[in-house]
Design a protein around this ligand. Structure first.
Ligand SMILES: Cc1cc2nc3c(=O)[nH]c(=O)nc-3n(C[C@H](O)[C@H](O)[C@H](O)COP(=O)(O)OP(=O)(O)OC[C@H]3O[C@@H](n4cnc5c(N)ncnc54)[C@H](O)[C@@H]3O)c2cc1C
Length: 414
């Protein structure tokens, strides 16, 4: 993969996507001494905001500008960073190093970052207006439709469970309320990311609040008010799809960049297959440190770190003199809040064939208010490949470092 050859002062960097990866890239570039122009285009009408707040506060949370906007007013102007909301970038011409905007205008770049994130995956066969949760627009739609009646959440992953917890805890739904049901296609909750013991503890957390958990749920039909299962059972209520996200690779596809099902294929330093174009955040598929396969992370911390990394890579490729680069971890770390339980997922627990559990089911220690605190270390034979911590807020980062320390240095394997 190639680099941008031109390091002249006044170079321009264009970033597509005002999510955390895009804006961290912009601010890190500036902080590292890049003195050219930085423009960040974002399709959403808002200034960059904390997307993670949406599921935790779907009904009662304060998701106003004042609460979830990521940087204070004036921050971007002070740094000479142009944030341009409500503008979709519609095309990339890699040969002329230009992007095209929805109004037909054309903007040149020396380096282009695609930080386009993704969209909520659509439940096959369901109407296109089925509720899902990825943007602030989605939360407005959800709030308008969820009342005190039953709610059916399709998907027992992180976001589906956070929605279930937030709806079940909602004070707006106080009094007699309808059943909340989570339908999960796999045999357990969070099946791709946590071992069975933790999945069972999470299920208990929800059942204790009256949430009905249905695993092995095969959906044959769904609309806005009802889901039908393969055994003929009909579950009625406001239906919310939470079956994951689809990386938004439209620009990369059209520009002929290498794209895999995981996302836009990038090297360790986040360079795409086309010179001058980089990808970062949820849309970027970086080599998995253990398998080398393109791997997408869908995690806030990783997207933030991608932003930092892409800025360092661009600065190096533009020939800017910067200080020693900070190592960027390759081990993912995601967290989730359900009721008052903090769950952290580190590395790749799904690769494990052996689990070492340190469970405290009686004392309610850590930040888990429900009496279950656990650290599960996940091994592939003897190698630590992942960990899940529940009710032990601080443990995730230390475990992440522990796994990181076992990885081959970048480039050493090949
Ligand atoms: C509801 C929810 C809860 C979450 N909770 C957690 C959590 O608890 N812990 C955790 O670790 N992670 C969580 N995540 C994941 C985390 O939010 C994401 O990993 C992170 O936001 C990804 O950032 P990003 O910048 O890569 O992409 P995004 O935040 O998706 O931003 C991409 C932006 O690009 C814009 N865009 C796309 N195409 C174009 C175009 N052509 N032109 C202009 N703009 C464009 C999009 O509109 C979007 O604004 C959650 C995600 C969601 C949806």
């Amino acid at each position: 993969m190639n680099s941008v050859p031109d390091g002249r002062p006044g170079s321009s960097v264009v970033i597509v996507g005002t999510g955390v990866a895009g804006i961290t890239g912009a601010e890190t570039l500036r902080a590292n001494g890049f003195d050219g122009s930085i423009t960040v285009f974002g399709e959403e009408p808002h200034l960059p905001y904390r997307r993670t707040a949406l599921s935790k506060g779907i009904l009662d949370g304060d998701v106003s500008d004042a609460k979830i906007t990521l940087r204070p007013p004036g921050y971007w102007d002070e740094r000479g960073i142009r944030i341009v909301p409500s503008v979709r970038v519609t095309g990339v011409d890699a040969a002329s190093r230009t992007v095209e905007l929805a109004d037909g205008s054309v903007v040149g770049y020396d380096a282009l970052v695609l930080a386009t994130g993704g969209t909520a995956r659509h439940l096959p066969g369901a109407p296109s207006d089925l509720l899902s949760l990825r943007t602030r627009h989605d939360i407005d739609r959800a709030r308008a439709r969820i009342d005190s009646g039953p709610v059916v959440i399709v998907g027992g992953g992180l976001i589906g469970l956070e929605i279930a917890a937030a709806v079940a805890s909602s004070e707006q739904r106080a009094g007699p309320t309808g059943q909340i049901t989570v339908l999960e296609a796999a045999g357990s909750l969070l099946s791709r990311v946590v071992p069975d013991t933790v999945a069972e503890a999470v299920a208990t957390l929800h059942r204790d609040r009256g949430v009905q958990i249905v695993t092995d749920a095969r959906i044959t039909a769904a609309d806005a008010g009802e889901v039908t299962l393969s055994d003929g059972t009909r579950v009625t209520g406001t239906v919310i799809g939470a079956i994951g996200m689809q990386p938004d690779t439209a620009l990369a596809d059209a520009a002929g960049l290498r794209v895999s099902p995981a996302g836009i294929v990038v090297d360790e330093a986040l360079r795409t297959s086309t010179p001058g174009i980089y990808a970062a955040g949820d849309v970027a598929a970086r080599p998995h440190p253990l398998t080398g396969e393109p791997m997408r992370a869908e995690q806030w911390l990783t997207a933030t770190e991608h932003g930092k990394l892409v800025a360092m890579t661009i600065a190096a490729d533009l020939g800017l003199a910067t200080g020693p680069s900070t190592p960027i971890p390759r081990v993912p770390l995601a967290w989730s809040m359900q009721y008052s339980s903090n769950i952290q997922m580190v590395g790749w627990p799904a690769m494990a064939n052996r689990f070492d559990m340190d469970v405290d089911a009686s004392t309610g220690s850590g930040t888990c208010a429900d009496g279950f605190a656990a650290t599960v270390r996940c091994f592939d034979d003897d190698r630590l490949v992942g960990a899940v911590c529940m009710g032990r807020g601080g443990a995730g980062r230390a475990l992440r470092t522990e796994i990181e320390d076992t990885l081959e240095p970048v480039g050493a394997a090949g």
